[in-house]
Design a protein around this ligand. Structure first.
Ligand SMILES: Cc1ncc(COP(=O)(O)O)c(C=O)c1O
Length: 424
């Protein structure tokens, strides 16, 4: 298709694009064709509720052991965007603050923590010393810690997935290794090591870190690799966000229907988090939600895979794109196959964004709302300026990370953003 060819040419030139997915099919049909059993989304939510007594004790900073983030209206940011980009934004604008999610401070905690907990539950049940009816806080006892310490967990990560899996696995007593790509920030590695996690660093990108982690677990029956490129459990963990979002919207007196549409803007790396959230959102809100992925111009792997039909076989370097971006969570060269299939039918579109723009958005958000996000997360804030909407539209920019970002790193990013803003 001509439009797709034009978008591809722009991607190769590192120009920002806005792409609408013409292969999008009706939400219900799209969900059916993924063959993912929707019952599993609800089962996953039930599992997290069973774990709440344990989480409450291990991480008292959570609210009753439920790991959830606020949804807040950001009127001042909306005004700042309108003024800076000289565009009017129809509808209301909200921030989904996964940047403030307790324990690991990013959207990746939704999937990562869920999969570690599910694995722990499986092992505990298999031991014969535990049943689904027990109080789950028993899983932090010395005897279960000892049991878990005989098992290994590994993951490949650009940083945030590693943080969530490392923190939760080590809290339960697992022997955990995180394979980190070159993009991962030093502070994330230091934090993990301080919690007793083994961190292995690579000079290559994320795909290599995942490949190595997977290899090292192969053939070891006590080793479990959490596979960000293929894991259905990670995917289900992310999807639960949509169930909770429905309740949060309802609490704010907002209903999503034919007259009141919802637009989600979701930063994308390998695709698990935005893919899972999209799946959950289409399940809950049907065709009344539109889900847009966001990737850096230097790492647009999901869009490249969809445009070329090569899905996970694509690597940005095949198109001379360097995969170098300050948005470390989004620095991924090849997308997840599982999510490419889901995205092809369920995602409504995507925009790509330059690093410079993300820094500006981070600074505008701090100045207007006093909210802290990391560079990757700021990518979601441009969406409402790019897409057509009406006065009833609810825009939600998904702030995917930030809580654990050290203050000095954050202030440096803010200063960079301010400089870019002043250069105009
Ligand atoms: C802050 C942040 N936002 C978004 C993402 C994208 O998630 P995914 O790689 O599942 O697409 C990541 C991934 O690590 C991240 O760290």
């Amino acid at each position: 298709m001509k439009e797709n060819r034009e978008v591809l040419e722009k991607l190769k030139k590192l120009e920002p694009v806005l792409w609408e997915n013409n292969d999008y099919i009706d939400a219900a049909a799209g969900i059916d064709s993924t063959r993912i059993d929707i019952k599993k989304v609800y089962e996953a939510e039930d599992r997290l509720i069973r774990f709440a007594p344990l989480i409450k004790k291990l991480f008292p900073e959570t609210v009753d052991g439920i790991i959830e983030s606020p949804l807040v209206e950001i009127q001042s940011m909306k005004k700042s965007l309108e003024s800076y980009y000289n565009k009017s934004i129809e509808g209301k604008m909200f921030l989904k603050c996964d940047s403030e999610l307790k324990i690991a401070g990013s959207v990746k905690a939704r999937g990562g923590i869920y999969e570690v907990l599910k694995h722990a539950e499986d092992i505990a049940l298999e031991s014969g010393k535990f049943s689904l009816q027990d109080d789950y806080s028993v899983l932090m006892s010395e005897s279960f810690k000892e049991l878990f310490s005989t098992y290994k967990i590994a993951v490949g990560s650009t940083g945030n997935l590693g943080l969530s899996i490392g923190i939760m696995s080590s809290a339960l007593g697992f022997n955990v290794t995180v394979h980190m790509s070159r993009d991962a920030k030093r502070w994330k590695k230091d934090l993990l090591r301080s919690k007793g996690v083994t961190v292995i660093e690579y000079e290559e990108d994320y795909s290599k870190a995942v490949e190595q982690g997977r290899k090292q677990c192969t053939g070891d029956p006590k080793a479990y690799f959490i596979d960000d490129e293929n894991s259905i459990d990670l995917f289900l963990g992310y999807s639960i966000a949509a169930l909770r979002l429905k309740t949060q919207l309802w609490e704010l007196g907002l209903t999503i229907d034919e007259e009141h549409k919802l637009n989600l803007y979701l930063p994308c790396g390998v695709g698990g988090a935005p893919g899972g959230i999209t799946f959950g959102a289409k399940l809950i809100f049907g065709n009344n939600v539109k889900c847009y992925f966001v990737e850096p111009t230097h790492a647009p792997c999901m869009l490249l895979g969809l445009l070329t039909g090569r899905y996970n076989k694509v690597h940005v370097r095949d198109y001379n794109i360097d995969n170098i971006t300050e948005a470390d969570g989004l620095a991924v060269g090849s997308p997840s196959k599982l999510v490419s299939m889901v995205a092809e039918e369920l995602m409504d579109g995507e925009y790509t964004i330059q690093d410079e723009e993300m820094f500006k958005l981070l600074a505008l958000l701090r100045d207007s709302e006093g909210r802290k996000v990391e560079v990757s997360a700021a990518a979601s804030l441009l969406g409402p300026t790019l897409l057509q909407a009406d006065e009833n539209t609810i825009h939600i920019s998904w702030a995917t990370g930030g809580l654990l970002l050290p203050e000095q790193e954050y202030l440096n990013a803010y200063k960079t953003g301010k400089q870019y803003l002043q250069q105009r």
